[in-house]
Design a protein around this ligand. Structure first.
Ligand code: PGA
Length: 257
């Protein structure tokens, strides 16, 4: 296991919490994560609580952001939230193409590419989710599935757009279950994603992080984030408990020793 630098741990709070919950949650994390040395922490919250994150986390090392964004800049798009609006609350991270949105809201690959571009234009960091279903894995086509998800962005905007962005390998079968991908599966797919992006770029794509998401908890953190190919994680359920999330961040930080 190699010593790791610049690991990023992002909590995906999904549609959970309330004003009372986030008030206490953010204050607790600000305190409990104040001594991290190397790890960067982000929290992707439901939109209504971004103002609270800005208010409570401003003087901390924790960054925040959202779980989705509209693909247009403004106008007649009822129910959408623009990148500019997210910027108004000093957001850093924007999750794009999460499988829960793709399935429930029929997110198209073109929309995902446009959202990615818009987030970059506004100086924020897209966290692009890619990953295969169980049927696709069993059929042995996980590489081509993930490749086509990345190509959707590359073919429209070029691979160089991946500089300063994050790709989260999230196998759909591992999300919300108790079965994370194995270290071998994770290592293989994270390396594959990195190669796929590099292959298409005209120049060296700089600072693209490949992270893993899907049933991460404090027991598998070291195994998964200790892999050389993995730059951190996207944490769903385990980010809801301040104790468990703090412990994951501390374990990831200890990898930088
Ligand atoms: P999980 O969710 O950690 O609860 O599996 C991860 C995600 O959906 O990003």
């Amino acid at each position: 296991m190699s010593s790791k630098e610049n690991v990023v741990i992002i909590g995906n709070l999904k549609m959970n919490g309330s004003l009372v919950f986030y008030d206490s949650y953010l204050k607790k994390l600000k305190e409990s994560l104040s001594n991290l040395r190397q790890v960067t922490v982000g929290l992707c919250l439901p939109y209504p609580y971004l103002f609270l994150a800005e208010r409570l986390l401003k003087q901390s090392k924790i960054k925040w952001g959202s779980q989705n964004v509209g693909k247009f800049s403004h106008g007649a798009h009822t129910g959408e939230v623009s990148s500019e609006m997210l910027k108004d609350f000093s957001s850093t991270y924007v999750i794009i193409g999460h499988s829960e949105r793709n399935t429930a809201y029929c997110e198209s690959e073109e929309n995902i590419a446009d959202k990615f571009k818009m987030v970059k234009e506004w100086g924020m960091t897209p966290v692009l989710c890619v990953g295969e279903t169980l049927i696709e894995r069993e059929a042995g086509i996980m590489e081509s599935v993930v490749q086509s998800q990345i190509k959707a962005v590359v073919s429209k905007y070029g691979a160089d757009i991946f500089s300063d962005s994050i790709v989260a390998y999230e196998p759909i079968w591992a999300i919300g279950t108790d079965t994370a991908a194995s270290p071998e599966q994770t290592n293989h797919m994270c390396n594959f994603i990195r190669k796929t992006i590099k292959k298409d770029s005209s120049q060296q794509v700089s600072n693209v992080k490949i992270i893993y998401g899907g049933s991460v908890n404090q027991k598998n953190t070291v195994q998964l984030f200790g892999l050389e190919s993995v730059d951190g994680g996207l944490i769903g359920r385990s980010s809801l408990s301040t104790d468990e999330f703090t412990s994951i961040c501390n374990l990831a930080d200890s990898l930088s020793n």
